[in-house]
Design a binder for this molecule. Structure first.
Ligand code: AMP
Ligand code: MG
Length: 366
């Protein structure tokens, strides 16, 4: 394989990052060392590599290079006040990214790393300002996926990587989703198949007096509480007007093009309300899609709707949620209806993503 990389330094100002995108299949159990070395070199050269993690696909750049990190914001069309997560390969590498690391960090790292837990810590001065959107704190994670670990190893630097989608679109859980959003704006896509968890990491702020979960994700609150009973939960959902105040917590997020409506309440009443809503939308000439649990399809059998089944357990639903939103978008529905999951375990992250996709509009039923 020849050189993959060459970020275009000559590109016009204000144009998104341009690149000839090269997608390569990689065995997640046994990544080809040559491919990983080349991908690592792309990172060193200031380019962008999309790679699978156990949560969703990330869009990686050298976290120590302000110029490389700038490409992430351009490619994703992400606002510069939305900070990134830095990915490391070993717990020891944490010290190259953060300072004043509290002792609870080691305890949580022992319990959950490698894994879907991101720590907010005080940042080292070497981390460029654009990684943290000017904050004095940095988000850090040690991912469990072998391809992610090998990429960081080969690059020899920590890798800043948000999800590898266009800003505010559903996060990518396959390489195809990455290509759909970023073809021509990422150098390499490492295709390691579907991601296992399917929702992003849990973010916990360890700089506050009481460690606080800012975003529910792949590690459940219940699991965290086993190790840290005092952990607080303060998800930050804000509107576009407030984004300057609290970057990265925009309410509208993970959104398909269709309008999402989420229904919450007693099961039978919710189905009735969803059927009623679907019938009303259809009457208005709208195409209706439903994100349904496996056992729910029959509830909507008499309606002219497109049903995407997303499994039954919260694990299965998390893995299928974003792909389901994208599938319904591709079939050009105008409206997507979904039942709110139980806000326990992984269901809390599912609820958060659905709620944001619905821009906060939850229909309480009954
Ligand atoms: P993404 O990887 O696309 O899911 O985005 C990373 C998210 O991590 C951001 O949108 C923020 O919500 C969060 N984040 C990153 N850095 C910080 C920080 N220093 N303080 C608080 N939240 C952060
Ligand atoms: Mg994201």
């Amino acid at each position: 394989m020849e050189c993959l990389c060459v970020p275009k330094n000559e590109k016009a100002k204000n144009m998104p990052y341009q690149a000839e995108t090269y997608s390569v299949t990689v065995d997640p159990q046994n990544p080809d060392p040559q491919v990983m070395a080349l991908a690592g070199q792309v990172i060193v050269d200031g380019g962008l590599v999309a790679f699978p993690t156990e949560t969703v696909y990330g869009l990686g750049a050298n976290a120590l290079s302000e110029a490389a990190v700038a490409h992430i914001f351009e490619a994703k069309q992400r606002p510069s006040n939305d900070p990134l997560i830095v990915h490391i390969e070993t717990v020891a590498q944490l010290e190259t990214v953060a300072i004043e690391i509290p002792s609870i960090t080691q305890k949580l790292a022992d319990a959950f790393w490698p894994g879907a837990l991101t720590f907010i810590l005080k940042k080292r001065p070497e981390i460029p300002a654009n990684v943290t959107a000017g904050r004095d704190t940095v988000a850090v994670r040690l991912p469990a996926h072998l391809i992610a670990q090998r990429l960081i190893h080969k690059a020899g630097v920590p890798i800043a990587a948000p999800s590898s989608n266009l800003f505010s679109r559903p996060s990518p859980t396959t390489a195809y989703h990455v290509l759909a959003d970023l073809d021509g704006h990422v150098d390499v896509i490492l295709d390691g198949g579907s991601t296992q968890i399917g929702v992003e990491s849990t973010i916990i702020d360890l700089t506050s007096e009481i460690p606080t979960v800012l975003r529910p994700g792949g590690v459940t609150l219940e699991a965290l509480r086993e190790h840290l009973p005092t952990v607080a939960f303060r998800p930050q959902h804000i509107t576009e007007d407030d984004i300057a105040a609290a970057p990265g917590t925009l309410l509208k997020h993970y959104s398909p093009h269709a309008t999402v409506k989420v229904f919450k309440g007693e099961e039978k009443a919710v189905y009735e309300a969803m059927r009623h809503e679907a019938a009303t939308d259809i009457k208005q000439g709208k195409q209706v899609g439903i994100l349904a649990q496996d056992n729910e399809a029959l509830e909507f059998a008499k309606l002219d709707v497109q049903i995407v089944l997303i499994g039954k357990t919260s694990q299965a639903m998390a893995a299928a949620l974003f792909a389901g939103m994208r599938a319904l978008d591709n079939s050009k529905v105008d409206v997507i209806l979904a039942r709110a999951p139980q806000e326990t375990g992984l269901g809390l992250a599912l609820y958060d993503r659905l709620m944001r996709a619905a821009e906060g509009h939850i229909m309480e039923v009954g």
